[in-house]
Design a binder for this molecule. Structure first.
Ligand SMILES: CC(C)=CCC/C(C)=C/CC/C(C)=C/CC/C(C)=C/COP(=O)(O)OP(=O)(O)O
Ligand SMILES: O=P(O)(O)OC[C@@H](O)CO
Ligand SMILES: [Mg+2]
Length: 256
């Protein structure tokens, strides 16, 4: 299995306390003009990763979207797939999610069995990721589609034990996700508990739509924050998020 330069870079950043910004691009919501604008903004303001995916992917635009990004940007593209149908060799890597907050065997291992031979043949770098959906005020597409109950938002110890089990099973990243457009983001107490429970890099997303929410997630221990909806609504929010993440890094460097 390709465990990978992307993963090495990610863990090196974590070791050095360097935080990262991932911009989530949903093929269902992005036309070429908006994508072009986001690529321009990401040239002016540092973005470490593009995540590409959506809970449904109702059209065949994903391939064209990735081709468009790869022809114009050197920022790594990571697939964020909701299904084994959504593989695409043009991307650099894949967050190979196992939905460990749920008890649906299809999303714990079933989709992975179908994807395994295709992944073996592809050039995608594989990032095995413990994916935890967290209840953040309303049912999200991801929890509905996967038919799973998200983690209760005020039970950090359940999240910590879930992440611990995922790490013991060999997963190399953890992703705490409040879901697309969450009413409120994953609680800092939960992020802190997971951060203390495991050593692997921690991704946090869902409902990050203000500077304060981004700062709170980073201060609680997120290594990568993911922002989707708010950048779809207001592209200039990308610049704001880049500033938050990278000013956090410069403070960390100065105090190291
Ligand atoms: C093994 C492979 C290749 C796939 C399985 C992947 C698994 C286990 C997925 C977990 C369940 C799931 C449905 C995750 C959704 C992840 C995702 C792409 C979220 C982003 O989409 P949203 O933005 O939340 O949804 P909308 O499309 O509603 O905006
Ligand atoms: O779209 P938002 O709410 O930023 O969520 C991003 C992502 O974590 C959802 O899976
Ligand atoms: Mg979306």
């Amino acid at each position: 299995m390709r465990l990978t330069s992307l993963y090495d870079a990610l863990s090196k950043r974590r070791t050095h306390g360097q935080k990262s910004l991932a911009v989530l691009l949903d093929p269902d919501n992005l036309d070429e003009a908006s994508c072009r604008q986001l690529l321009e903004l990401s040239e002016q303001h540092t973005v470490e990763y593009f995540f590409v995916g959506g809970s449904l992917v109702m059209n065949t635009r994903q391939a064209a979207l990735i081709r468009f990004i790869k022809s114009r940007s050197s920022i790594p593209v990571l697939l964020f797939p909701s299904h084994s149908l959504h593989l695409d060799d043009q991307a650099d890597g894949i967050l190979l999610l196992s939905l460990i907050s749920g008890r649906n065997p299809d999303f714990l291992i079933g989709q992975h069995v179908i994807a395994a031979p295709l992944l073996r043949q592809s050039n995608l770098q594989i990032l095995p990721t413990g994916y935890m959906l967290v209840d953040t005020g309303r049912q999200t597409t991801a929890s509905y589609i996967s038919g799973t109950t998200p983690l209760p938002h005020d039970k950090p110890s359940i999240a910590a034990c879930t992440a611990m089990a995922g790490e013991q099973l060999g997963l190399r990243l953890m992703y705490l996700d409040g879901g697309s457009g969450a009413l409120y983001p994953v609680a800092p107490a939960m992020i802190r508990a997971v951060r203390q429970a495991v050593d692997v890099p921690l991704i946090v997303g869902g409902g990050i739509n203000t500077t304060e929410k981004a700062q709170a997630a980073l201060a609680a221990g997120a290594d990568i924050i993911v922002v989707g909806n708010q950048i779809e609504k207001a592209p200039e929010f990308l610049a704001e998020m880049s500033k938050v993440v990278h000013s956090f890094n410069s403070v960390a460097t100065k105090t190291a």
